[in-house]
Design a protein around this ligand. Structure first.
Ligand SMILES: Cc1ncc(COP(=O)(O)O)c(C=O)c1O
Length: 348
């Protein structure tokens, strides 16, 4: 099977398994796990923040960021399709009692869009208290949120004293795509989450970074939410290995995504009712639009050996990663064309 459903499907490499097997561990709730402490220090340093907290998932890191920077009844400004609003099981509402206000389009928004979404301070309106940017943008197909816009938003919201959070689940990809360091990309934000279990290929884990006092508050909440871990060095050894060995190779995933996009944007693909905009492929995600329903194409592709996900009625999403090679991309493109053709033939 060629698995293009997500970059979360990767399995630990032999080197990573070795690092995990050899991890020095202790009880992290007591602050005794040396591997986890080392990871947290490394990540804080890498992102230019005072402190970092290892979390079980990107969802937990994002939701901790929301919880520590809002009060129940507040409003959080996000882009269209933001992961924190769509894909986190309504945690913002359930755990922090916040609602979301959507700014801009397709995940992108400008300082003017933010300004338009800010609620005036009137007692019958929700209180805006946090703005959240995603980089790279998942639903928009791995596109990069422009840093100049981030800086303009930071400047515009500073007088209001809002929190500014970056969902950087794929910040490593944004860094490789732009040539800017993760430190530069994270600099305008108070808090930033990053994931080790996506393109970097670790089995588990994310981190939340930010000012020491906020991160201490997040540590307390993480425990309250059942996310305090004991010998977490078993997990953080995988994350440390991923940081050291799998960042630079993300360029290969980006090249593979572009290659897939090119294979699916030629005349043969168009004849099969497949439409891909190569110019929108900036990292490791390819949005593939179809002229038939996506669900039957997913099933047909699975029968032919490709796993892929449907993210809208007529849209597929393919994600490249550590466990897909260039030749598998060639094979996957051919299979996707066949699957789409078969579904169109059945449809006619
Ligand atoms: C943009 C974004 N943020 C957060 C997450 C959540 O990460 P996790 O699956 O580790 O909870 C994801 C997962 O795909 C994501 O794409």
């Amino acid at each position: 099977m060629i698995d293009l459903r997500s970059d979360t499907v990767t399995r630990p490499t032999p080197g990573m398994r070795q690092a995990i097997a050899n991890a020095e561990v202790g009880d992290d709730v007591w602050g005794d796990d040396p591997t986890t402490r080392a990871l947290e220090e490394e990540v804080a340093e890498l992102l230019g923040k005072e402190a970092a907290l290892f979390t079980t998932s990107g969802v937990m890191a994002n939701q901790l960021a929301i919880a520590i920077q809002t009060r129940p009844g507040d409003e959080v400004i996000v882009g269209e399709g933001a992961h924190v609003m769509w894909n986190e099981a309504a945690a913002g509402a359930a755990l922090s009692g916040v609602q979301f206000a959507v700014a801009g389009q397709d995940g992108f928004f400008t300082a003017d869009d933010v300004e338009a979404a800010i609620k005036p301070r009137l007692n019958w309106l929700p209180r805006t208290s946090l703005v959240c940017v995603e980089n790279t943008l998942n639903r928009a197909g791995g596109r990069v949120f422009p840093q100049a816009t981030v800086l303009a938003i930071a400047e515009r919201i500073a007088p209001h004293g809002f929190g500014f959070h970056l969902d950087g689940a794929r910040l490593w990809n944004a860094s490789v795509a732009t040539g800017l360091s993760v430190k530069e990309l994270a600099a305008p934000f108070h808090t930033t989450s990053v994931c080790f279990s996506k393109g970097l290929g670790a089995p588990v884990g994310s981190a939340l970074t930010g000012p020491a006092a906020l991160i201490e508050e997040a540590r307390r909440l993480r425990h309250r939410w059942g996310g305090g871990m004991r010998q977490s060095g078993i997990l953080t050894a995988g994350a440390r290995y991923a940081l050291a060995h799998h960042r630079a190779r993300l360029v290969e995933d980006h090249a593979n995504a572009r290659h897939l996009a090119e294979l699916l944007s030629g005349p043969a693909a168009r004849a099969a009712g497949i439409f891909v905009d190569v110019h929108k492929v900036e990292s490791n995600i390819v949005n593939i639009d179809l002229d038939v329903a996506a669900a039957p194409v997913v099933d047909a592709a699975r029968d032919l050996g490709v796993l892929i996900s449907a993210t809208a009625l007529r849209r597929l999403r393919a994600v490249t990663h550590l466990d897909v090679s260039r030749s598998q991309i060639d094979e996957a493109a051919a299979i996707l064309r066949r699957a789409a053709e078969a579904c169109r033939a059945g449809h006619e």
